[in-house]
Design a protein. Structure first.
Lengths: 136, 265
């Protein structure tokens, strides 16, 4: 029902809040460096008509933002065990698993983290979420 | 009924093209329906429903059934180009809503919302074909939502200091998850350019309802807004907004003939 309301009652607020930016990283082995989950994409004029991969990227970023807003709304310490059961968390887990499978087919397990930055402020970036290890 | 039917016809054709483009895009990323947005996970959002209904939902949203909805949407959009019938529009509205529900709201934010606004108005308007008042109301609904889409967006930005001094636009282009062209990043590094660009956006969005005052003003606003949406595509990759809003402009233009409407029978 919420999903239906979200589309039937548009908010028409675009880019008004350029506050915090959520960035998704993954790690396949705790000894390895964290890698950004998304790789840069090229843009061409003909994508004006069909731009599936950029729009998918935007949807994936929205998914990460949604997980972050859900985490902000709860007390992560009190609900630490419940968080991995949430739909948004599992979708992000799926997203990272898919990336790891396609980039590193031999990887056995992975974890992910969401880093929050506040561009334009003096605030340092911080890890808002570091997941447990998950099987690929 | 000044140009009422032609306005409906043009809007129907435009929204059919919008839906075709949107659906072709979705079919190209169909792998994501199972690799990321798997129904096995999404269905937990509906755990509060009786098991029988949850099972029925699987026949709509699980793959391959969801792909049938996309195929049906393409078929209906092609039909709409030739036969603008109310049942076809109703089918397109329902399939669009189902797609949005599977994406837990919208797939592409405002562009999905504008698609639904136009489809909803056209569906009601064609069901009441011949009832001038209802048809006019439907076009006014699209026109007012279009004005609101710019006006609300402009007002919410205008309240923010960093939008008024150009910093928000600079940060949006340089420091967010949008992959923006280097040229745009370089030019917005100049504070005066960022401030001018920011105020141009604020001015366009906040004053957009003035487009309803006359057809000439409306055409001028549509031209500037199209340029703005094309800019958003080149900078942020937001192609869907160009076409979704384009489908709403005929209704806006029709409503800008307010003086003629008031004197027509």
């Amino acid at each position: 029902m919420n999903a239906l309301l979200r589309v039937l009652i548009p908010s028409w607020r675009f880019f008004d809040d350029v506050g915090h930016v959520s960035k998704l990283f993954y790690q396949v082995d705790t000894a390895q460096k964290w890698q950004p989950c998304f790789q840069p994409q090229a843009r061409h004029w003909y994508q004006l008509f069909l731009n599936p991969h950029t729009n998918l990227r935007l949807a994936l970023n929205s998914l990460v933002d949604r997980l972050m807003s859900e985490i902000s709304a709860i007390n992560p310490q009190a609900n630490k065990d419940q968080l991995p059961q949430s739909v948004s968390y599992q979708l992000v887990e799926n997203l990272v698993r898919h990336q790891v499978r396609s980039l590193l087919p031999k990887a056995q397990s992975f974890r992910f983290k969401i880093v929050i930055s506040a561009p334009g402020t003096l605030d340092a970036d911080y890890d808002a979420l570091i997941s447990e290890m998950h099987e690929v | 009924m000044y140009l009422l039917n032609p306005t409906f016809l043009v809007t129907e054709r435009l929204i059919a093209i919008v839906i075709l483009l949107q659906t072709f895009e979705l079919l190209q990323i169909k792998e994501a329906f199972t690799s990321v947005w798997s129904w096995q996970i999404l269905k937990k959002d509906y755990a509060f429903l009786p098991a029988r209904i949850q099972n029925r939902l699987s026949y709509l949203f699980d793959v391959p059934y969801f792909l049938f909805i996309l195929d049906l949407r393409i078929f209906l959009a092609i039909l709409l180009l030739a036969f603008p019938q109310p049942l076809i529009l109703l089918g397109l509205l329902l399939t669009t809503l189902l797609i949005c529900v599977r994406w837990r709201g919208t797939y592409n934010g405002g562009s999905d919302s504008m698609t639904v606004v136009v489809l909803l108005a056209l569906t009601v308007g064609t069901f009441f074909h011949g009832h001038g008042l209802v048809m006019k109301g439907c076009l006014w609904y699209i026109a007012l939502q279009t004005c609101l889409s710019y006006w609300i967006s402009g007002l919410t930005k205008l309240r923010k200091k960093n939008w008024r001094n150009g910093q928000a636009l600079y940060l949006l282009v340089t420091a967010t998850n949008y992959e923006t062209p280097k040229e745009a990043q370089q030019i917005l590094k100049i504070p005066l350019v960022a401030k001018l660009a920011s105020w141009s956006i604020l001015l366009l969005e906040c004053s957009f309802p003035l487009a309803l005052l006359s057809p000439d003003w409306c055409l001028a606003y549509i031209a500037v807004a199209l340029f703005f949406h094309l800019g958003n595509f080149f900078v942020f990759g937001l192609n869907r907004f160009v076409f979704a809003w384009m489908a709403a402009y005929p209704a806006l233009y029709w409503c800008s003939h307010l003086s003629k409407l008031l004197t027509s029978r």
